[in-house]
Design a protein around this ligand. Structure first.
Ligand code: BGC
Length: 361
C-alpha cells in the first residue's frame, strides 16, 4: 500500500472508531467500540436457528468486525417477548437490528421503536410487513413452495398415481413466508390432477410439530388411512409431526411427504424412506449476507441491492437466494458436499443399511 493510501486508510479507520464511540455516548453498558448489532431470532424448535443461523452470523460478524458486539435473543415463538428483546437491545445501544419476526405484521411496532432511535432494521428470512424496513434477506420463498409441490407431484406420478387427496399442512399464520410457501405450492399442486385438503387451507399455529401432528391425526380420522395419496408439509418440523401421526396410525409405507430446512432428522427420514423430500436453503450465504450488511450499516454505509420486495409500505432493498430440492438421490451432492452434515452424522447405526442402499456409505 502506498504511504498516501495507508494514511487515508488510517484516517478512515480513526474516523470510523470515533464515529462508533460517538454513537455509543450515553450508552449505559457495553465496551464495544466496533459497534453493537442485535440478532433477534424467532424460535428454537426448528434446528436451523441455534445450529446454523446464529453461529454462522456471529462468526461472519467477528471476521468482518473483531470488536463488534452481538446482542443475541431468541423469542421462543412469542411475539411480545420478541418486542421486549428488541426494546432491550435498543436500550443497550444496538445500532442495527437483524430481525427474524415471530409475527411479520406485529413486528412493525419494533421497526417504529428502532426508527425513533435512527436504528436500521434488516428483515432476516421473514419479511416484516407494512413498515419502513431497510433491507430484506431471504430465499425466493414462493420457489420453495413450488419445489415442494412439483417434487411431490412428480413422485406421485412416478408411483403411478394421477389423482387423489394431498393433505396440506402449512406454516404459521403469522409468518409471511408461510403464505409464500403456500402460494408456490398451490401453483404446482392445483391443476395437477390432485386435490389439496382441507378447504380452507390449514396453517399450523406457531409452526409447532405437535400442532401438525394433532392436525394430521384429525385428517387420518376423517379421510381414513388410505384416504390420501401424499402430504404437503411446509417444513421438516411439521413433516416430522405428520409422519409420527401416520406411523402411530399404522400407515406403512408413509405416502410421499414434503419438508423444508434439511434438518438432520429429516435427512435421516429421507434416507430411511419416511419422508420424500426437503428443501435445502444454504444457511451460510444467508447468514453471511446479513452479517456483511449489518457491519456495513454500523459503519454508516448503505449497500445497494439489485432488487426490491414490496412489504405493503415500501419497496425493501432485498437479497433473495435460490433454494434447492433434496431427495435421497442428491443428499450427497447437496448437504454433504456443503459440509452441513458428515456421512457419520447421518448414517448412525439405525440408518446404516438405508445409507448403504442409498449409496452414502
Ligand atoms: C423459515 C423456515 C422455518 C420456519 C419455521 C420460516 O420462516 O423460512 O426455514 O422452517 O420459518 O421456523
Amino acid at each position: 500500500m502506498s504511504s498516501r493510501r495507508l494514511a487515508v486508510a488510517i484516517t478512515t479507520a480513526l474516523l470510523l472508531t470515533v464515529g462508533a464511540a460517538a454513537c455509543e455516548s450515553g450508552d449505559s453498558g457495553g465496551t464495544a467500540s466496533g459497534g453493537k448489532i442485535a440478532l433477534l431470532l424467532p424460535e428454537s424448535q426448528t434446528t436451523r436457528y441455534e445450529q446454523h443461523d446464529r453461529p454462522l452470523f456471529e462468526a461472519k460478524v467477528k471476521e468482518l468486525c473483531a470488536d463488534c458486539e452481538i446482542i443475541y435473543s431468541n423469542a421462543q415463538q412469542d411475539q411480545s417477548r420478541q418486542q421486549q428483546q428488541a426494546e432491550a437491545a435498543l436500550n443497550n445501544g444496538a445500532q442495527v437490528l437483524v430481525l427474524d419476526p415471530v409475527d411479520g405484521a406485529a413486528a412493525a411496532t419494533i421497526v417504529s421503536l428502532a426508527k425513533a432511535k435512527n436504528v436500521p432494521v434488516i428483515s432476516y428470512d421473514r419479511l416484516i410487513q407494512n413498515a419502513p424496513v431497510d433491507y430484506y434477506i431471504s430465499f425466493d420463498n414462493e420457489r420453495v413452495g413450488q419445489l415442494q409441490g412439483e417434487t411431490l407431484v412428480n413422485r406421485l406420478k412416478e408411483l403411478g398415481k394421477t389423482s387423489g387427496d394431498i393433505v396440506m399442512i402449512n406454516g404459521s399464520p403469522t409468518d409471511n413466508n408461510a403464505k409464500l410457501f403456500n402460494k408456490g405450492a398451490h401453483s404446482a399442486l392445483d391443476n395437477s390432477g390432485f386435490k389439496t385438503v382441507p378447504t380452507p387451507d390449514f396453517f399450523t399455529p406457531e409452526w409447532k410439530p405437535e400442532n401438525a401432528q394433532k392436525f394430521m391425526e384429525g385428517q387420518i380420522a376423517q379421510l381414513g388411512k388410505d384416504g390420501f395419496v401424499g402430504v404437503y408439509a411446509a417444513n421438516d418440523g411439521t413433516a416430522g409431526g405428520a409422519i409420527s401421526a401416520m406411523r402411530a396410525a399404522g400407515i406403512t409405507p408413509v405416502p410421499p411427504t414434503t419438508g423444508q430446512d434439511a434438518e438432520l432428522a429429516a435427512i435421516q427420514r429421507i434416507i430411511g424412506g419416511d419422508q420424500y423430500m426437503t428443501v435445502y436453503k444454504a444457511f451460510k450465504p444467508e447468514a453471511d449476507q446479513a452479517a456483511e450488511l449489518a457491519v456495513a450499516l454500523v459503519k454508516g454505509e448503505k449497500p445497494s441491492t439489485d432488487r426490491t420486495v414490496n412489504n405493503g409500505a415500501v419497496d425493501v432493498p432485498s437479497f433473495l437466494l435460490e433454494p434447492q430440492a433434496v431427495t435421497k438421490e442428491n443428499v450427497k451432492e447437496t448437504v454433504v458436499a456443503d459440509n452441513l452434515y458428515t456421512i457419520e452424522q447421518i448414517c448412525t447405526s439405525s440408518y446404516s443399511a438405508a445409507c448403504q442402499a442409498a449409496g452414502l456409505t
